[in-house]
Design a protein around this ligand. Structure first.
Ligand SMILES: Nc1ncnc2c1ncn2[C@@H]1O[C@H](COP(=O)(O)OP(=O)(O)OP(=O)(O)O)[C@@H](O)[C@H]1O
Ligand SMILES: [Mg+2]
Length: 178
């Protein structure tokens, strides 16, 4: 089973930058393939890595929600939404030489994050045996931890700058994790 490493902390302290460096380090050390997971709705790990994902999990959810209502989105006849989702999930993984990237992305409307959070969780669980290391870039704050979307997390890296608020946020996250 792969090691799941989650990177958390206050906003703007360098979580995504650290994830990029960590992924580069793991790849250069031969600990690949690495699965990079951008679990921040305001996704930008792809920019740090220089990869463009075909579709995010959030966009995939929107596509499936709108199928049958909006003619631009079609599910092949005879296929259930669930079966179509399963088929399309592989498109949400951008494949590079040493690592792959899966992006949670945004969803529209309110109260929709439970679904994509659940998708991140089930996908990481499903893919854990295929990658020696999975690096998860979390959104700022404690939401992911309090929602418990990464029960399989093995290592947490709490990032802070030199500010009091940064250190306090890291302390709160550590407490919540315990
Ligand atoms: N060690 C560092 N020293 C100086 N600047 C840094 C350092 N790490 C990151 N930065 C810069 O700080 C800014 C924020 O970094 P980054 O996007 O990695 O933070 P983040 O914690 O992921 O932010 P967010 O909470 O918005 O996701 C970027 O401009 C980045 O280049
Ligand atoms: Mg970030």
């Amino acid at each position: 089973m792969g090691h799941v490493i989650a990177v958390s902390g206050k906003g703007g302290v360098g979580k995504t930058t650290l994830c990029g460096l960590l992924i580069q380090y793991l790849c250069e050390s031969g600990k690949c393939p690495v699965l990079a997971v951008d679990a921040d709705a305001n996704a930008n790990l792809n920019e740090v890595l220089g990869v463009e994902p075909e579709i995010t999990l959030g966009e995939l959810r929107e596509e499936i929600e709108r199928a049958g209502v909006d003619s631009r989105y079609q599910i092949p006849s005879g296929m259930t939404k669930q079966a179509y989702l399963e088929m399309r999930l592989s498109d949400a993984i951008a494949e590079e030489d040493d690592y792959d990237l899966m992006v949670m992305g945004r969803t529209q409307g309110q109260g929709c994050y439970c679904f994509v959070n659940g998708l991140v969780q089930t996908q990481v669980q499903k893919l854990q045996s295929q990658y020696p290391y999975i690096v998860v870039d979390n959104e700022a704050g404690m939401e992911h931890i309090s929602r418990g979307i990464l029960p399989m997390m093995e290592v947490a890296i709490l990032v802070s700058d030199c500010s009091r608020r940064g250190v306090q946020a890291a302390g709160r996250i550590a407490k919540l994790m315990k």
